[in-house]
Design a protein around this ligand. Structure first.
Ligand code: A3D
Length: 320
């Protein structure tokens, strides 16, 4: 059987890291696409030359022509511009919306059966626009944010508790922005919910609140340190986990920016929710019950996403 084909649209910081991880994990053959000439070719060649040392079997190709992504099983989209210090994700909307139009059309023409994972910011609006421009089924177009946001939360919690990150699970809902909703009640250490850990004296509510805020600001903290771009190792690892769940039909339960129509009282909006990812793409949106406070935070986050979608429609009238 032929290896799966993975097309990475955007060969920048995240794109290059995605290519390296996909090859190391032998998820399939990789095509790195970018408008910048030489960058995808150079990165593909460099990573391919690590193959004999690492001992992986995967072919890597750089491309500037969408024809090269033909028949891709998975497309991961990072094309666009990242944040610089002082910028919010929303400041990227105008420029990245135009990029989503060309990427969506490229995918529609050459890889209409792919599972498409969008990473470009502002995430929830860009994945919505990408689905509109590509016309692919909503369950095959999804945004990566929740795995990363939950990863950040898990990392900070493991430091606070002095336990392995593997034993910390975390739950994050809502849009990928300042209004994201890390849910303490559904986040656990080996099944023990965070509020119980506060009662047990493992931490205090104040420390937990500070960790939640640091999670919300997780992207900005890294932008502030790097100064020339945004996070790329953890975002790439998170998208690879989603791609692997699809390619191996793992039925993983992962928080993603998925198309929600009916669940959570929403009709037709991309927002971060827990999903099941398998061979059919987003196979299920898990509709959990929120308490009053959680619902209020989620509503605020949903309103922020709606505002961004409305701004997209204002910029490009072809978006219904
Ligand atoms: P960067 O290293 O600048 O790479 C972006 C690449 O896109 C560059 O190589 C560009 O040449 C290329 N590009 C620009 N326009 C086009 C086009 N029309 N077609 C094809 N390629 C194009 O950025 P990055 O890899 O660090 O980040 C990529 C995106 O991911 C940015 O929008 C970030 O804001 C976003 N991001 C999202 C998260 C999430 O958690 C959702 C996290 C980190 C970064």
């Amino acid at each position: 059987m032929a290896r799966p084909k993975i097309a990475l649209i955007g060969a920048g910081q995240i794109g290059g890291t995605l290519a390296h991880l996909a090859a190391m994990k032998e998820l399939g053959d990789v095509v790195l696409f970018d408008i910048s000439e030489g960058t995808p070719q150079g990165k593909a060649l460099d990573i391919a030359q690590s193959g004999p040392v690492e001992g992986f079997d995967a072919s890597l190709k750089g491309a500037n022509d969408y024809a090269d992504i033909a028949g891709a099983d998975v497309c991961i989209v990072t094309a666009g511009v990242p944040r610089k210090p002082g910028m919010s994700r929303d400041d990227l909307l105008g420029i990245n919306l135009k990029v989503m139009k060309s990427v969506g059309e490229g995918i529609k023409a050459h890889a209409p059966n792919a599972f498409v994972i969008c990473i470009t910011n502002p995430l929830d609006a860009m994945v919505w626009a990408l689905q509109q421009f590509s016309g692919l089924p909503v369950e095959k177009v999804v945004g990566m944010a929740g795995v990363l946001d939950a990863g950040r939360f898990r990392h900070f919690l493991s430091l606070e508790f002095g336990v392995s990150m593997r034993d910390v699970s975390a739950f994050v809902l809502g849009g990928h922005g300042d209004t994201m909703v890390p849910l303490a009640r559904y986040s656990t250490v080996a099944g023990i919910p965070l509020p119980d850990l506060v009662s047990m004296g493992w931490t205090t509510q104040e420390k937990l609140d500070a960790i939640i805020q640091r999670t919300r600001d997780g992207g900005a903290e890294i932008v502030g340190l790097l100064k020339t771009g945004s996070a790329f190792y953890a975002p790439a690892a998170s998208a690879i986990e989603m791609a692997e769940a699809y390619l191996k039909d793992q039925k993983r339960v992962l928080p993603c920016a998925a198309y929600v129509d009916g669940a959570y009282g929403l009709n037709g909006l991309y927002v971060g929710v827990p999903t099941v990812i398998g061979a059919d793409g987003v196979e299920k949106v898990i509709d959990i019950k929120l308490n009053k406070d959680e619902q209020a935070m989620f509503d605020k986050s949903v309103d922020a996403v709606k505002g961004l979608v409305a701004a997209c429609k204002g910029i490009d009238p072809s978006l219904a």
